[in-house]
Design a protein around this ligand. Structure first.
Ligand SMILES: *[C@@H]1O[C@H](CO)[C@@H](O)[C@H](O)[C@H]1NC(C)=O
Ligand SMILES: *[C@@H]1O[C@H](CO)[C@@H](O)[C@H](O)[C@H]1NC(C)=O
Ligand SMILES: *[C@@H]1O[C@H](CO)[C@@H](O)[C@H](O)[C@H]1NC(C)=O
Ligand SMILES: *[C@@H]1O[C@H](CO)[C@@H](O)[C@H](O)[C@H]1NC(C)=O
Ligand SMILES: *[C@@H]1O[C@H](CO)[C@@H](O)[C@H](O)[C@H]1NC(C)=O
Ligand SMILES: *[C@@H]1O[C@H](CO)[C@@H](O)[C@H](O)[C@H]1NC(C)=O
Ligand SMILES: *[C@@H]1O[C@H](CO)[C@@H](O)[C@H](O)[C@H]1NC(C)=O
Length: 400
């Protein structure tokens, strides 16, 4: 009798604990009919697994186990009831080849989810090579097709992306838009250096983004922080081939908003066209747009064409007929401990706007030499105000 009462008390308390701390549950796509044979489309199975996970009151994990899965374009939408949404990719996801997914903006999207963790050691393979030849608009952007970004986070809060690989995107690898508190770590993003517009990570209108231990080899910017990127921390990134880590381009239209508080630390650039770059359009806005408070520290350049570059007359397709000085105000930028080699003759180029000269640019311990020991590098400044401290190779052009 005493045992029975004890047993009932125990069961009662277990039930209380269980309802106060709902359990975690795994939603394996295989139980929803997904077949990892490299041929069958798994969109329907994945959406069903996501819907069930999203309704679960507790920690939910959608699991894509090992195997190769074909996946059409898809959007996973919140808000979710789950206290934390996990999405674990162990297998390989493949997008259909050209002409599928031509002129759409994303392959895999996540929208309006709080506490979303993507992980696993799986691979997103957008099979972009077949669509790259159709992106033939290098001289005329108004005639350019839209190629889907492999993975988009839109309006995600408290999210993370860990351990994944992205290869051969059709458009960019990863886009973060309208997000807050997102961590990206231990990622590998790769595409050939001549693949068109394959940005690594693009960040717009987002706050508190942390990128660390990421290896990026791609055909466009390794990381691009565009309109409204704020409080971004980037560390331990290896970039190359690619176009470097960029702010901008900014200020093409009045819709753009300020970019501020960016730290880029302990990164290596290898064989890239630019290293650390800030680019703004030569365009007149009806307001002053601000790009301010950036710290670039402990950066290594290996055979980079333009290691340090501020370009306020950005015009990639050379058809900006009525160029006017940019309305973007760049200020409070520190370059500290930047060393390595350049193969474009110019180590430092700070081409600021005549209308809004750059303010408070600091150079500290710069040590850049010509790749292969061919002569001395130059530094070029226009409309730059600031100061230099410590070693300056090439000699600083600030206030010169
Ligand atoms: C450009 O791409 C289109 C398909 O979008 C293709 O029909 C055309 O042949 C391509 N042109 C060139 C010059 O490659
Ligand atoms: C770019 O392409 C568009 C659409 O085909 C055309 O109207 C425009 O004239 C082209 N611009 C240039 C500079 O070739
Ligand atoms: C900036 O972002 C980090 C996370 O990357 C966060 O810990 C910190 O509180 C943020 N700072 C501000 C001022 O919001
Ligand atoms: C970004 O993440 C790294 C690794 O987790 C951490 O060391 C660093 O403090 C974070 N930075 C910020 C600003 O939160
Ligand atoms: C710098 O980054 C490399 C990886 O790119 C990492 O191995 C190393 O620990 C980092 N150093 C510091 C001081 O954070
Ligand atoms: C110059 O910029 C640094 C940060 O980059 C900031 O700490 C400092 O206050 C700025 N100085 C002035 C005079 O604005
Ligand atoms: C620097 O900017 C001016 C416009 O202010 C532009 O005319 C010039 O071509 C730029 N120089 C370089 C080397 O980009």
């Amino acid at each position: 009798m005493v045992d029975l009462i004890r047993w009932m008390l125990l069961m009662f308390s277990l039930i209380c604990i269980a309802s106060a701390h709902p359990q975690s549950k795994v939603f394996n796509v295989k139980s929803y009919g997904a077949v990892g044979d490299g041929k069958s489309d798994v969109s329907a199975a994945l959406l069903k697994a996501w819907d069930d996970a999203c309704k679960w009151h507790g920690r939910a994990d959608v699991l894509i186990p090992q195997g190769t899965y074909m996946l059409n374009s898809i959007v996973f939408k919140g808000p979710c009831k789950a206290s934390r949404m996990g999405f674990v990719i162990q297998g390989i996801l493949k997008a259909p080849t050209y002409p599928s997914l031509f002129n759409i903006d994303k392959w895999i999207g996540f929208l309006y989810v709080n506490k979303l963790i993507l992980s696993g050691h799986g691979t997103l393979d957008a099979q972009g090579a077949s669509s790259w030849p159709h992106h033939n608009c290098s001289n005329n952007y108004s005639h350019c097709p839209i190629l889907p970004i492999t993975l988009r986070f839109d309006f995600i809060t408290n999210g993370a992306i860990h351990g994944l690989n992205s290869i051969n995107p059709k458009g960019g690898h990863l886009m973060i838009f309208g997000c807050e508190n997102v961590i990206m770590r231990r990622l590998s993003l790769s595409a050939p250096g001549d693949s068109p517009n394959t940005d690594g990570i693009k960040i717009g209108e987002s706050n508190n983004i942390n990128i660390t231990s990421v290896k990026i080899a791609t055909g466009d910017d390794c990381i691009a922080m565009i309109s409204g990127a704020k409080n971004i921390s980037i560390s331990d990134v290896h970039c190359g081939p690619g176009h470097g880590i960029s702010v901008g381009s900014l200020g093409k239209t009045d819709a753009d908003i300020d970019v501020q508080d960016i730290v880029v630390k302990n990164c290596t650039f290898s064989g890239t066209s630019n290293g650390i770059r800030i680019k703004t359009w030569a365009a007149s806005l009806s307001k002053t747009l601000k790009a301010s408070n950036f710290l670039y520290q402990d950066i290594i350049m290996e055979k980079v064409y333009r290691p340090i570059n501020i370009d306020q007359a950005y015009c990639p397709n050379h058809d900006c007929s009525n160029q006017v000085p940019s309305s973007v105000q760049i200020s409070d930028v520190t370059y500290k401990n930047i060393k390595g080699s350049a193969n474009g003759g110019v180590g430092v180029q700070l081409n600021c706007s005549k209308r809004k000269p750059c303010q408070n640019i600091t150079m500290e311990n710069i040590d850049l030499w010509a790749y292969g020991g061919k002569g001395q590098l130059k530094s070029l400044c226009s409309f730059v105000k600031g100061a230099s401290h410590g070693k300056q190779i090439p000699p600083s052009c600030i206030n010169a």
